[in-house]
Design a protein around this ligand. Sequence first.
Ligand SMILES: *Cc1c(COP(=O)(O)O)cnc(C)c1O
Length: 365
Amino acid sequence: MNVPFVDLYAQYLTIKKEIDSAIENVIKNSLYIGGSPVQSFEKNYAQHTGIKHVIGCANGTDSLEILLQVFNVNAGDEVIVPAMSWISTSEAVGTRGAKPVFVDIDPLTYTIDVSKIEKSITPKTKAIIPVHLYGNPADMPAIMHIAQKHNLKVIEDCAQSHDATINGKKIGTFGDAASFSFYPGKNLGAYGDAGAMATNDDDTALKARMIANHGQQGKHNHQMEGRNSRLDGLHAAVLDVKLKYIDKWTKLRMEHANTYNELFKGTSVKTPFVKDGFGHVYHLYVIQVENREKVIDQLNKNSIGNALHYPTPLPFLPAYKHLNHKPSDFPVVHEFAKRIVSIPMYAEISNDQIRFVVDTIKKVL
Ligand SMILES: *Cc1c(COP(=O)(O)O)cnc(C)c1O
């Protein structure tokens, strides 16, 4: 049995007619940049998330960077980010000329360790970017409490966590603004790079939209130099179709996670931990194992997709060599990164496939 890590083609086949017709409509009407597909998706996604403004942009990395610009994060400033994430989270800080200040992860949830944030705040700190890693929400109530006390902006990195919740409230609605990625493999994915910024604040929304579209406030009215970071019509049309199915797909991901959890019970495999009241949406299903080399080898031999998210914690990447971080600065993530492996997770995976994955891993525990 072959179990791919994700199967985007399988997903396409379930909605082929609608996708094909949405794409044809964009081409027929030459709605490539802006226009009704983008407006429609922005409106629908705002309604879906419960956030007042959604502004499409080219990708999730741009979205973080533009929001940092809106919040006046510049050279000399510091921004607090978790030590485990995709590089975009810290990269967006660096490309603004600011310094990413890494904070270790919580050993249970793998999201930023809230108890270590305040120690990292200095007079230069401007913002915090919590990441809802793998789809598991960061502790937003605690983070907002710290941010308000120290007058910091909060940008939620929601790239892996579309529709994750805390006590029924969707992520992205806690911070000053939220950043979404619609990279094809994300829980809501376009057919190429795409992203969005979201905020309840009118002024933040206005500035973000302006920066993403050459600093324009209406055609040829350039208030400032911005950049070209727009959501393409084709991607918006695809996303608008997929948005109708995201509730169903998220529910399936949660069910598959439960199946994995049940099947791993009684083994030495450490399955994801979810706090009471938190809604994990399982962008990734990440386990911890003692003998990772053997497990990966066994998965590969049986044509089971697997990956590491991420092999090197952010502070230890060559890109951050100049910050001179030692493993003892981030002891939790340092150990964690040696034990993790991500196994197949997507709405279309079958129970037979899940059982095969678990049985295969059990053979080498
Ligand atoms: C994917 C991702 C991003 C960036 O999104 P792109 O659309 O690929 O630029 C940012 N943060 C996290 C945590 C991600 O997983």
